[in-house]
Design a protein around this ligand. Structure first.
Ligand SMILES: [Ca+2]
Ligand SMILES: [Ca+2]
Length: 318
């Protein structure tokens, strides 16, 4: 009997830590891996999905633009994850076709791969891949692979993606992901919160055909990077318009303040900290010169130096 009770306790414990996949093709989700993805909390949350490598808050059919009617934008509002120092190198493995939430897809809330696969340009030879919208990972595979192959595999879901131009996905966004993973190697742990930004109240463009679940195309993406120090936290906040050409990989030019990201998204970040701490961090503006000033700086023979030097001063703190 005692053995039976112990077995029941163990079963309940394992249920607590192992979340059921939201579709048949997902690998097992093991949440007991020493990561705390939402240690620095973001509010509000919507449809929460917990994966081994990240937590995502996906848009439900609530009202996004305050017109009294429900909206489903078919993308996450935020994805939050902790990336830790790499301790092993994972073997290469076959990436899956992108996954969805089977039930919520049937309800028209979550898209599937078809929404992203057909952007109306795939069959046009005139349109290069760089100019197409692709599934932009919010939690990157390389960060997730540091936990396990299963964790990396489960990043390939539309629950973790927004429409992003290929040249940005493979350009400035990837460059900052790589830098962030290097910071995790240097500082042991880094926390990231990222997601979409819409400059107007409603999306200007959508991805998907008439018979598909349409996904809103963000005007920009935000990314907040957090490092813990002996005296508190240091943060960097970035805003990347979804049109940055692939030749531009200097993410330092897109620094802004966390307070500005709150204005643009309607979200509140690092809400687990005291109000005083939040105020100090959110008011800190590590931004670069305004676009107008930057334009002036880029003219002349010394273009590269003038363009990047103002940001190097403010970039080092992390
Ligand atoms: Ca909504
Ligand atoms: Ca609405």
């Amino acid at each position: 009997m005692k053995h039976f009770i112990l077995s029941v306790i163990l079963l309940v414990t394992s249920i607590t830590f192992a979340q059921s996949p939201v579709g048949k093709r997902y690998k097992a989700i093991n949440l007991k891996n020493g990561h705390n993805h939402t240690k620095y909390t973001t509010e509000p949350s919507d449809l929460i999905f917990k994966f081994a490598a990240y937590t995502t808050s996906f848009d439900s059919n609530d009202d996004n633009n305050a017109d009294g009617k429900g909206d489903t934008w078919a993308i996450p509002e935020w994805v939050s994850y902790e990336v830790q120092k790499a301790t092993f190198k994972i073997e290469k493995y076959h990436r899956p076709q992108w996954m969805t939430d089977d039930n919520l897809h049937k309800q028209g809330i979550v898209p599937n791969d078809a929404t992203y696969a057909v952007s109306g340009t795939r069959k046009l030879n005139e349109v290069k891949i760089d100019y197409r919208y692709v599934r932009g990972h919010l939690c990157n595979k390389d960060a997730a692979d540091r936990i396990s192959m299963e964790a990396g595999y489960n990043t390939h879901t539309v629950l973790n993606a927004v429409p992003q131009l290929q040249w940005q996905n493979n350009g400035i966004w990837k460059a900052l992901e790589e830098k962030t993973n290097h910071w995790a190697d240097e500082y042991n742990s880094i926390w990231v919160v990222c997601g979409p930004v819409f400059f107007s109240q409603s999306p200007a463009m959508w991805l998907g055909e008439a018979d598909e679940v349409k996904a809103a195309i963000p005007d920009a993406l935000y990314k907040i990077i957090i490092r813990e120090t002996d005296t508190g936290i240091k943060t960097l906040s970035f805003l990347f318009p979804n049109i940055i050409p692939k030749t531009e990989k200097d993410y330092r030019l897109y620094l802004t303040s966390m307070g500005r990201l709150e204005e643009l998204t309607g979200l509140k970040f690092i809400t687990n900290l005291s109000i005083d701490q939040q105020f100090t961090i959110k008011a800190k503006n590590l931004g670069c010169p305004t676009p107008k000033k930057r334009l002036r700086l880029t003219s002349g023979n010394n273009q590269k130096k003038l363009l990047t030097s103002p940001c190097k001063k403010t970039y080092n703190p992390l």
